[in-house]
Design a binder for this molecule. Sequence first.
Ligand code: TYD
Length: 232
Amino acid sequence: MTADPRPATDETATPAQRPPGRFLTFEGGEGAGKSSRVAELAERLRRRGVEVVVTREPGGSPGAEVVRHVLLSGGAEAFGPLAEAILFAAARADHVDQTIRPALTRGAWVISDRFYDSTRVYQGATGDVPGDTVAALEEIAVDDVRPDLTILLDVPVEIGMARAAARRGADVADRFEKEEKNVHESRRRAFLALARAEPKRFVVIDATRDPATVADAVWYGVCSRLGLPEKD
Ligand code: TYD
């Protein structure tokens, strides 16, 4: 175990550096609107003078982006669920080492579009990889870098799938999008179960509402959980 990567308050730091690094993750099924809500939250935090690093999984570092391509193209599917889970963990280890830990250490806030809860759900709960294997891979990949807050954007599967199809247009569905509706239903239930199991870490947001309302709910959730004043 390494030390807490977030620096203690440093009297010599400039105001923009003074907030200690925080790690936020967004999770949810297909078409929940994660990437737009991530971008809006980052912008709102930046207006407060916070350095924000926006990142995503799989990917988020040059090495992990290469693995992302292998995973989402379906190139690793033939090797089976365990091999895919190992590749997600390998990508995550690089992402943590190269991007997330350095940013937190210098006091930045990191917002990641997906992180280990996606592996717990996609490869674990709905993907045939045993829970203890998922947990062991997770421990190796992240060490002590665990989210302070996880925002789960929850939408019924029909709505999420319709939004994802509209966004995709003529492009083909990726390795994980293409699965049957009942698999997407199971994933939604699995995310909600994770949130119930760790209520202090998770904020669950009804993402069926219009984007501005969801963005405000995200902002309220972040401010109330992390002790920031809500008003600009
Ligand atoms: P992406 O194109 O980033 O889509 P989304 O908008 O849904 O986040 O695709 C990432 C896909 O990879 C998504 O279907 C979920 C899947 N995934 C896993 O199966 N396991 C993981 O650990 C992660 C991070 C993602």
